[in-house]
Design a protein around this ligand. Sequence first.
Ligand SMILES: O=P(O)(O)OC[C@H]1O[C@](O)(CO)[C@@H](O)[C@@H]1O
Length: 427
Amino acid sequence: MNVDIGNALDGDLGLTREDLDALDDRVADAHDRIERGRADSEHGYAALNLPETCDPEPIRAAAAGFDPDHLLTVGIGGSALGAATLTDALGSGVDCRYLDNVDPVWVDRILADVDLSSTVVNVVSRSGTTAETLSNFLVVREAMERAGVDWTERTVVTTGEAGNLRAMADQHDLPALDVPDGVPGRFSALSTVGLFAAELAGVDLDALLSGAAAEADRLAGSLFESPAYAYGATTYALAERGATTNAMMPYAESLDRFAEWFAQLWAESLGKEGQGQTPARALGATDQHSQLQLYRAGPADKLVTLVRPREADDLAIPETDLEGLSYLGGSSLGDLLDAEFRATEASLAAAGRENVRIELDRVDEHGVGELLYGMEAACVLYGELAGVSTFTQPAVEWGKKAARGLLGGGDFAEADAVSDKRRLEVE
Ligand SMILES: O=P(O)(O)OC[C@H]1O[C@](O)(CO)[C@@H](O)[C@@H]1O
């Protein structure tokens, strides 16, 4: 992974090279803290050890013997997004679907669209108590039963040591993968949580973990020596100067879901005590015809992260005699995408709008391993510099409790009070 922070300097937000030089001592201290946390496998920091602690063999064993047309991963948040990022970017041969929401119309459509007799279900939940995941699994299980499919023959559980899913796996002797200790969901893509789907979809787990290990080897006591830390320190420094939004804009359809994964990583890790940086999901070249207007001419309160592979398969653009379009003919879609990437980068820089370029060699296992690990390490560094609790997510609990109460699982008058107070309906 290569990170170019040149366009983050001397823009509207006023970050300078001198500022980064001054920040580098704090990066060194943060790096020492991170390395101590890794050495002690402390909660959260343990995620940065996954390239060497994750053993692919149990994952391969759990996938062995299955040859499905479809894989239904039932999970939510980090228990779905890591797997989805990997199979969207690298998977092939298996139709991978992710039930990570409880929209009944959408779930019903997916269940109608797959052949449950040729489907493997991977139900994933560290806690084993997440309402959306358990509800969807119960719906999927009943659908399999109605279809005359023995769900116990086609279900793999990925969960923590305790909880409902572990008990169910034990009761029905289901294949069960352990969610690693000390790894929050949003940091678990390179663990059993993300790798079962990847394995079933034909991803080379060794190459993926090797890419992640290569990025881990580049962690260093200076932002100028580590791509991941260059990104983490620069995004932090820009946030300190008013960049309240970070638009993650990969120029590859295969990395669209990566932007969604990044959004959880960045928001749930860094959105603490009134701090944080809003991750906006964007896609190049598509959002040049959508969000770019705001990025270039709206408030100077954001940075754009431009991600692309240096190499990719290509498609020629045929010659044309269409008026004014002859410049396209004989070129290729890859050349056009490259020109659009560079034009967007230059357009933002020319307007004083900060942007960072991240490049992979290719969107392959090694490159995606570098990218996911690099973003995780960047996030951890940002959290250290910001002094926030990177690996917790207490703010999500109020809503969970309210949902349970409002569903009738117990009284939650506080939620009713808040909702009712806000009524001002216009019809
Ligand atoms: O794996 P679990 O326990 O079902 O949690 C799913 C997701 O919900 C959260 O705990 C937030 O509610 C995320 O951090 C996590 O990725």
